[in-house]
Design a protein around this ligand. Structure first.
Ligand code: DQA
Length: 147
């Protein structure tokens, strides 16, 4: 089975982007950690990033067509995107939402997520480790780790 690991806007800047908030790991570091964990769990992964909302919508639709699971850091679109919520509903995909920072400990505009109501679960505040935890959560939820 395949897990799509989808990353929203500005996450290509990780490493140099506000490291006090988002940590020192680059997106390439996170991808490497995800690939290692996916191999251990017995999943294939598609790791993608885009600064464009529509790309994320298209990829969620693709995940649905392929029967894949989704781990997504929607970044700023978390707080704005009805389109992402609609795409997840339409594709009927199992989604885990992840954020590097604890969005609830930050500005009020980051406290609301359009994705959380359609996510199986949400991880935030654990930095890059949250991605690995998210992959494990998807494996446990689908029973894949017990097969
Ligand atoms: C983020 C949190 C969002 O509020 C922010 O817009 C991001 C990254 C995180 O991973 O902590 O771009 O999703």
């Amino acid at each position: 089975q395949t897990i799509f690991v989808l990353n929203g806007p500005n996450l290509n800047m990780l490493g140099k982007r506000e490291p006090g908030i988002y940590g020192a790991s680059t997106l390439a570091d996170i991808e490497a950690a995800c690939r290692r964990e996916a191999e251990t769990l017995g999943f294939a992964i598609e790791f993608r990033q885009s600064n464009h909302e529509g790309d994320l919508v298209t990829w969620i639709q693709e995940a649905g067509e392929r029967g894949a699971l989704v781990l997504i850091n929607p970044a700023a679109y978390t707080h704005t995107s009805v389109a992402l919520q609609d795409a997840i509903r339409a594709a009927k995909v199992t989604v885990v939402e992840v954020h590097l920072s604890n969005i609830h400990a930050r500005e009020a505009f980051r406290h609301h997520s359009f994705v959380s109501p359609v996510a199986k679960g949400v991880l935030c505040g654990f930095g890059a480790d949250g991605y690995v935890m998210g992959l494990r959560a998807l494996a446990a939820f689908t029973g894949h780790d017990k097969q």
